[in-house]
Design a protein around this ligand. Structure first.
Ligand SMILES: NC(=O)c1ccc[n+]([C@@H]2O[C@H](COP(=O)([O-])OP(=O)(O)OC[C@H]3O[C@@H](n4cnc5c(N)ncnc54)[C@H](OP(=O)(O)O)[C@@H]3O)[C@@H](O)[C@H]2O)c1
Length: 291
């Protein structure tokens, strides 16, 4: 079996993932668009390949028999994912991978009214960002059925890590929705996501689908307040939900329209994983251990 791994969209998570895989002896190629992102890869043991899947020919992609980790997001507009469409075209021309792990989002479930949600929940995406992710999933399922290539879909919750906490937002004084009105949201620590991606690549059953989260949901407001407390900075002001339009970003408003609590039981059971950071407090304790 080939030990070639191609990371499509080798950004923040891709770099952590690629460095780990390269250290384990895999031949890792990371696909990015910009020269800046490409320059960050070689010192991690990752071969950089600059390619905008939306506009460049994919002749340099050598995908036959490889494991592909697909982390490239769809464009910011529309309800379809042309990046995934182009990737599937490239496979037809350049050779089918053995397995593809797709890093999608939990947005495909849409608003669940705060229900607990496992993988049996019928997706009901409504926001355009979620429809694009649903389009990617559907395209990949059709591709897998047509080619026999193995597909694993990860529906990933909000990613946090010590160097990507919303400290600048908190310090700028932007408000959050009052704690008692804030919808449920879900998170996963970046290091745990990397473990999940590797397990999905190495041992998930073909066709598997997993929610990727720590299994301990709270609200977005709770997240901001806990980060502020852990960092020792003033908490953001709270406003009623009705006042949020105009006071928080359009992106944040879209997230505030959705509430769900995600179960990670299937992920932990089937992949035999123990999370490094099963709670936000565990993750934050690690970030501010010296305080
Ligand atoms: N943020 C969250 O909480 C969250 C939650 C769930 C899922 N996700 C998803 O998880 C994935 C990984 O996240 P991340 O933080 O590692 O993202 P990231 O740092 O933004 O990395 C994405 C990478 O994809 C590359 N890319 C984008 N469009 C491309 C295209 N058309 N052709 C080729 N490469 C392209 C970018 O290249 P350049 O660097 O050259 O631009 C970048 O390196 C993303 O799909 C993200 O949307 C994020």
């Amino acid at each position: 079996m080939s030990n070639s791994v191609i990371i499509i969209g080798c950004g923040y998570i891709g770099r952590l993932l690629g460095a780990r895989l390269a250290a384990q002896g895999a031949a890792v190629t990371g696909v990015v668009r910009s020269a800046e992102s490409a320059a960050r890869l070689p010192s991690l043991g990752i071969r950089a390949l600059r390619l905008d899947l939306l506009s460049d020919p994919a002749d340099a992609l050598d995908t036959a028999g490889t494991a592909v980790l697909h982390l490239a997001p769809p464009p910011a507009e529309g309800r379809e994912d042309p990046v995934t469409a182009r990737l599937i075209e490239a496979f037809a021309n350049r050779g089918q991978p053995r397995r593809l792990v797709y890093v999608g989002t939990t947005g495909v479930y849409g608003d669940c009214g705060g229900d607990w949600v496992d993988e049996s929940r019928v997706p009901a995406p409504t926001a355009d960002r979620a429809l694009r992710r649903w389009d990617a999933e559907e395209r990949l399922r059709a591709w897998s059925a047509a080619t026999g290539a193995e597909l694993v879909i990860l529906r990933v919750a909000g990613i946090y890590a010590c160097d990507r906490l919303p400290l600048a937002r908190i310090q700028s004084g932007q408000p959050v929705v009052s704690a008692d009105e804030a919808p449920w949201s879900n998170r996963i620590h970046a290091d745990d996501l990397v473990d999940v991606c590797i397990a999905a690549m190495e041992r998930a059953p073909a066709g598997a689908l997993y929610n990727v989260c720590d299994g301990n949901p709270s609200t977005m407001t709770d997240y901001f307040l806990r980060v502020a407390t852990a960092a020792g900075v003033a908490p953001p002001p709270q406003i009623p939900l009705a006042q949020a339009p105009g006071k928080v970003s359009a992106g944040m408003l879209s997230y505030l329209r959705e509430s769900r609590r995600l179960s990670n039981r299937k992920l932990l059971r089937e992949l035999g994983l123990t999370l490094r950071y099963p709670t936000l407090d565990a993750g934050l304790a690690d970030c501010f251990a010296d305080r």
